[in-house]
Design a binder for this molecule. Structure first.
Ligand code: ATP
Ligand code: MG
Length: 390
């Protein structure tokens, strides 16, 4: 045995209380741990399944002290928590991932500079701090390109596709109205063949647990579906896995990381971004892997050995976004879904339905990938017909 492990009965702190925090908390409880959730939103799903609940802003020093006094180790489910808070906490107990890793990954510019300085491939990019710099960045990278806020973006929010001069004018105006000091990144638009992601778990002692490569399809910047295993040539899968491990190693990351990649037309792979936490594209692990991404997060937060990542069945995960959730909460929809062999429903219990908000997901599983795909796509067609939400 290496290092100290936290025994069941200990309290694990989680910064952020969205659905990822809730799935972490459920898993931690199953494994015999207590959970302290800190999320300023009192309605955040993880509060309902917490042993201790904190709802103050992350800048509240009194609550910071209270939180620190109940936790034995801390993790996070959202990369936008203040890095200073993580750095302060790690002076008192294990913090996985570390504040230093969070500092790099929570800023798209820092992240891309860090990766490219270590010769890990990313799309060509430029830093943009003013509308004037947007023009020089486009001169250098060409169009189409994507302009993204450096911090705090998610689900495609805070980013714009630039195709022509009129898009540049529109985005230039948006940049004009933002606060001084706000930074943006312009990225070359990659005409990718497909998007894939790899979940890499790395322990304190440098051991790895890596999940199979999955294939992601987005609609309007939001993840629509994840297919596992990805239907890609084995050499591309090996390259994606290797690149993802190298990236986490370069960061000396300890925790669960999701590496999102583009496969370009020439077969090359580019890192789009790395999340220092479990990821939407890894939700299928709850239903069809020996050990889920959330259990790995518990294990790594407690210093336990990492678990097996074996895939037990092909699967397709479909997100329920905004109003789509009604398709499974009506009695007809609920009955139809639960009559579908191999379909597993996860609802996040969010009270407010908002456009683009992730309300839940379904994992469609089947002995053959094609059957899972057929079931999932039949369901997606139904989702896209509003009359079916009756
Ligand atoms: P999420 O929260 O889903 O991870 P995000 O807001 O952090 O998303 P990105 O992952 O950077 O943002 O972008 C969302 C999606 O937009 C990508 O998965 C991809 O489909 C598309 N996209 C982003 N950047 C590029 C690019 N440089 N070239 C082509 N497509 C891109
Ligand atoms: Mg992304």
């Amino acid at each position: 045995m290496t290092g100290r492990i936290l025994e069941p009965g200990s309290t694990l702190g989680v910064l952020g209380g969205g659905q990822l925090g809730a799935m972490f908390a459920e898993t931690a409880h199953r494994m015999g741990y207590r959970v302290a959730v800190w999320d300023p939103d009192a309605d955040a799903p993880a509060h309902r399944i917490s042993t201790h609940s904190f709802t103050a802003p992350f800048t509240d020093l009194g609550v910071r002290d209270q939180f620190a006094s109940v936790v034995d180790s801390v993790t996070l489910e959202w990369e936008n928590v203040p890095a200073e808070l993580c750095e302060w906490l790690e002076g008192r107990c294990p913090m996985r991932p570390s504040g230093a890793v969070l500092r790099i990954l929570q800023d798209r510019i820092e992240q891309k500079q860090y990766l490219s300085s270590r010769r890990l491939s990313v799309p060509a990019f430029a830093v943009v701090e003013s509308p004037l710099q947007l023009i020089s960045a486009v001169d250098r990278l060409g169009l189409p390109a994507v302009c993204k806020t450096a911090r705090s973006g998610y689900d495609g929010r805070g980013q714009w596709l630039l195709r022509d001069a009129s898009d540049m004018r529109k985005v230039g105006q948006i940049l004009e109205t933002t606060k001084p000091g706000h930074r943006w990144i312009l990225e070359q638009f990659i005409e990718y063949v497909r998007e894939v992601s790899v979940l890499v778990v790395r322990s304190e002692s440098g051991a790895y647990a890596v999940y199979p490569v999955v294939e992601n399809r987005h609609e309007q910047g939001i993840l629509r579906e994840t297919r596992v295993p990805a239907s890609i040539p084995s050499d591309i899968a090996e390259k994606a896995t290797e690149l993802s491990k190298l990236a986490v190693a370069a960061l000396q990351g300890v925790g669960v990381f999701c590496v999102e990649l583009f496969q370009a037309k020439d077969g090359s792979l580019l890192i789009n971004e790395i999340a220092p936490r479990p990821h939407n594209s890894g939700h299928y692990t709850l239903d069809v892997c020996t050990v889920s991404q959330f259990e790995q997060q518990v294990r790594v937060t407690c210093g336990l050995p990492l678990g097996e990542t074996r895939l037990l069945s092909p699967a397709i995960m479909v997100n329920l976004i905004g109003e789509e959730v009604r398709s499974v909460t009506s009695s007809e929809g609920s009955y139809a879904l639960h009559s579908t062999a191999g379909a597993v429903l996860h609802l996040y219990g969010k009270r407010m339905i908002r456009p683009g908000r992730k309300m839940g997901h379904i994992t469609f599983t089947a002995p053959h990938a094609l059957t899972a795909e057929e079931l999932a796509h039949r369901f997606i067609t139904r989702l896209q017909r509003p009359s079916n939400f009756a």
